[in-house]
Design a binder for this molecule. Structure first.
Ligand code: BES
Ligand code: ZN
Length: 627
């Protein structure tokens, strides 16, 4: 240990010993702030003080140590004083070990607050007068909530380990000490050191031809919110798809992924034509191992994608349209707090449908819209009314625990209503202006409403109604008279299902030859809750559903199997739960299994086997079902 490090550590220990009680905990948040007064624009999920001192740029120098399962190194933060009197920089951390803080020359005093279970610990750094940079020497913990370290055995190639980060919503703080609030935007540079045979990629400018020498340099020249900082390290290779689009993945998946997602370049082009220029230079996809807890994550220039959507027939590529759309709604115009998540996800879901229509036509648009609408209806039927509000009150809560279709599908339906009222071309023009107006800004729901007041509500005063807009945003449920998506392609599926249920037609006699994956999903998702064993077996015999290779169809089928305890599907179910970590696919199965003692015992066996390979978020989301 150097003298400076030693001194700083002693200072830290001393400061910790006499540091004040934590500024606030999530519980205190809800006590301090009564339910009727949400402070506009206040980020209740960050301890940072950007209104006093704001971080504008981050330089990272990190080593990915696969033996210790730690990122080890430094973060140098360049700050700007907003309040001249301010003498403390407050950062967010979670599970980080802070070794020292210096201003480039000497040690700087710091203290780490007691940890809040949802938010981690505030790191308070005494800012030397005139200094505008601090360097924090730190390392992460092996169980960092925002990073997953996979052994070689947990990868496709089985030869090399893999690391990836997932920062949204509040996990960047578990691998970088920073102001972890979406209203703080930073540019960043990074040097990432890896074992020699691995390659690092980031949500930044990537060089597919970078020499594999174990040192990788990145720059992200556009200011982004912290939840978009991302890193992955593994046996990664690159294959171009179009001029600006390509795939990074382990070698064995490259060709399949490039074929599945070959329309990405066209998606990029039509989105630009409709909503204005793409701001981020390249758009590449990184295919992760199956433990990736989400379908996709819109990390700028490089979306992170689950391999579970490589179906062989492009049936699940709406996910790519979605992550691409975030380049406009989310990454260019960003939610200022997690309460405003619907501005990211609702706009993106609306854009996703539109992109899918532009590339694959109206039938696909209608089918996907109906399936999305049904997901929304299911949530409206089951969620607490407060959780059905677009501008949701998240005080004292962990954003991870409140994930639902509301910000996505209700947000999109709201925009669809405006589109219907003022006309598609006019609404597209509005969106284009909106993306330009707020480019590289983080905005609140209230800012959006004010913008709407000054634009559409003036131009189309006779067609839009302020009260109704307030109802969409601040009240539970779906306003009466909202658009109801419909699909002709589903009519014959309804007929077939009904005829079969009524005993008028055998499953094998249903003409499913030309059914799309969406028709299958609609067929299965709308089965009655309870079927008898002979009925389920008849479906399985006729259509081989237990063996379906499409992960979404398999999911819908396994839900039916669990609800009805159809045991012939349980080997497949076990295999599914232990090989996929995407929460949207596994969580409903665990929830359903946990409803019976026998189901729970089965779930527990699968969970215990899968747990070492699950992402921390997947473990957290499901362990309650097996306890
Ligand atoms: N940004 C989200 C994922 C996310 C949201 C992570 C909130 C953490 C907190 C991403 O764009 C997303 O929405 N993914 C969906 C895609 C689907 C709706 C097409 C997913 O992973 O299922
Ligand atoms: Zn999204």
């Amino acid at each position: 240990m150097t003298k400076t490090v030693l001194l700083a550590s002693i200072t830290a220990i001393l400061l910790m010993a006499c540091s004040p009680a934590p500024q606030s905990t999530s519980d205190e948040h809800s006590v301090k702030a009564p339910k009727d007064q949400i402070e506009k624009g206040k980020d209740y999920h960050s301890f940072a003080n950007p209104d006093e001192v704001i971080v504008e740029h981050i330089d990272l120098d990190l080593t990915a140590d696969f033996d210790k399962q730690q990122l080890i190194g430094t973060a140098t933060l360049t700050t700007k004083r907003i309040d001249e009197q301010a003498d403390t920089l407050v950062l967010d951390t979670r599970g980080l070990t802070i070794l020292s803080v210096t201003d480039g020359k000497q040690a700087v005093e710091f203290s780490l607050d007691k940890a809040d279970p949802n938010l981690g610990s505030a790191l308070r750094i005494k800012l030397p007068a005139n200094a505008n940079q601090v360097t924090i020497e730190y390392h992460t913990s092996p169980d960092a909530s925002g990073a997953q370290w996979l052994t070689a055995a947990q990868t496709a190639g089985k030869q090399h380990p893999f690391l990836f980060t997932q920062a949204q919503a509040v996990h960047a703080r578990s691998f970088i000490p920073l102001q972890d609030s979406p209203q703080v935007r930073v540019t960043y540079n990074a040097t990432i050191r890896t074992p020699k045979d691995l390659m690092a990629v980031m949500s930044a400018a990537n060089d597919p031809n970078a020499e594999r020498d174990g040192v990788y340099e990145f720059t992200m020249p556009q200011p982004i919110p912290s939840y978009l900082i991302a890193l992955a390290v593994g046996d990664l290779h690159f294959k171009a798809m179009g001029k600006r689009t390509g795939i990074y993945s382990e070698p064995s998946l490259l060709d399949a992924a490039a074929a599945e997602f070959e329309d990405t370049e066209s998606m990029l082009e039509v989105t630009e034509q409709t909503y204005g220029p793409y701001s981020w230079d390249r758009y590449d996809l990184l295919i992760l191992p199956p433990s990736f807890p989400f379908g996709g994550m819109e990390n700028p220039r490089l979306s992170f994608i689950t391999p579970t959507v490589i179906a062989g027939d492009k049936s699940l590529v709406a996910l790519i349209a979605h992550e691409l759309a975030h380049s406009w709604s989310g990454n260019t115009v960003t939610n200022a707090t997690w309460r405003d998540l619907w501005l990211n996800e609702g706009f993106t879901t609306y854009l996703t449908y539109r992109i899918m229509e532009m590339i694959y036509g109206e039938d696909r648009y209608n089918m996907e819209a109906v399936l999305g609408y049904q997901d929304l209806q299911a949530d409206i039927a089951s969620l607490d009314p407060n959780d059905q509000i677009l501008a949701i009150d998240l005080r004292g809560r962990n954003p991870d625990d409140v994930f639902s279709n509301i910000p996505y599908e209700k947000g999109a339906l709201f925009l669809r209503e405006i589109e219907h009222k003022i006309g598609r071309d006019n609404f597209d023009q509005f969106l284009l202006n909106y993306f330009e107006h707020f480019a590289f800004k983080s905005i609140t729901t209230d800012q959006f409403i004010t913008y709407l007041d000054n634009t559409l509500l003036k131009t189309y005063a006779s067609k839009l109604d302020k009260k109704r807009i307030q109802q969409w945003i601040f009240e539970p449920g779906i306003p009466e008279g909202a658009p109801v998506p419909e699909s002709d392609a589903f009519t014959k599926v309804d007929d077939a299902r009904q005829a079969w249920l009524a005993g008028n037609k055998q499953a094998a006699a249903i003409d499913t030859q030309n059914w799309t994956v969406h028709q299958w999903l609609y067929f299965l998702n709308n089965m009655p809750e309870s079927l008898d064993q002979t009925q389920i077996a008849e479906l399985d015999d006729a259509f081989g559903l237990t063996q379906s290779k499409n992960n979404e169809i398999a999911h819908s089928w396994l839900m039916i199997a669990v609800k009805n305890e159809y045991k012939p599907a349980y080997d497949r179910l076990y295999d599914y739960l232990t090989s996929i970590g995407r929460n949207k696919l596994v969580k409903p199965l665990y929830r359903e299994l946990s409803k019976t003692a026998e189901g729970k015992a089965f779930a527990k066996r699968a969970f215990e086997q899968a747990k070492p390979g699950y992402h921390p978020l997947t473990v957290k989301a499901n362990q309650g079902f097996v306890e």
